[in-house]
Ligand binder design. Structure first.
Ligand SMILES: [Zn+2]
Ligand SMILES: [Zn+2]
Length: 210
């Protein structure tokens, strides 16, 4: 599995472009700057098979509508965040207008079933706490997880925004702590890490695992 990170927007969101042999990509959190994401897809010879959103915050999905117009594909976002992600309450001043919503393609990924898209298989783990509809996308075979704003290297997502809940987030971190230590964590901001490293060094992960 190939993973290319494109850092986008004023909040420096990690947008991940993921693909296997079939050259059909999963675009995780197209947060800003559709043109540079489209260029990254093009330079790797990729088409988009699906968009996977870890949660609804504007900085993680602002480029979705524009990129979707150029490269249409289904988009996955938890129904709890779909409710508000494309509305007025998701306007983060001064950086963004209200994020545009693609006219078609919404898929609700909340179940723990295994999804296979192109030649990639993954599970969608519900990990609420930063928002009600936060999910992580777990590629068990490749030992990779995309955690959005749930887990970062050395810390975790804030819980003071609407829908945030520290106790709920702690439960979600406990769920992540149960994954194998050698799973690579690609977070929504900052550098990547591993589950094992976070269990050893991340205060929030340690508190949650008790
Ligand atoms: Zn967020
Ligand atoms: Zn974020």
């Amino acid at each position: 599995m190939n993973v290319e990170t494109v850092i986008v927007g004023p909040f420096e969101v990690n947008c991940y472009i993921v693909w296997g042999k079939e050259k059909q990509a999963l675009v995780i959190d197209p947060g800003h700057d559709a043109a540079s994401l489209e260029a990254a897809l093009k330079s790797n010879g990729l088409t988009v098979a699906a968009y996977l959103l870890t949660h609804g915050h504007a900085d993680h999905l602002c480029a979705l509508a524009d990129l979707h117009a150029a490269c249409p594909a289904p988009f996955y976002i938890h129904a709890e965040d779909f409710k508000w992600a494309f509305g007025q309450q998701n306007q983060i001043q001064p950086y963004y207008p209200v994020p545009g919503k693609p006219a078609t393609g919404f898929i609700q990924p909340e179940t723990a079933e295994h999804w296979t898209i192109a030649d990639l298989s993954f599970q969608c783990l519900e990990t609420p706490g930063h928002t009600k509809g936060c999910v992580c996308y777990y590629f068990e075979q490749e030992k990779v997880i995309f955690t959005g704003d749930t887990l970062f290297k050395g810390t975790c997502g804030r819980t003071d925004l609407p829908g945030g809940d520290g106790r709920v987030l702690a439960k979600s971190l406990r769920k992540l702590a149960a994954l194998p230590d050698d799973v690579t964590v690609y977070a929504g901001h900052n550098e990547s890490t591993t589950i094992g490293c976070e269990k050893r060094t991340n205060f929030f992960m340690q508190q949650a695992a008790r």
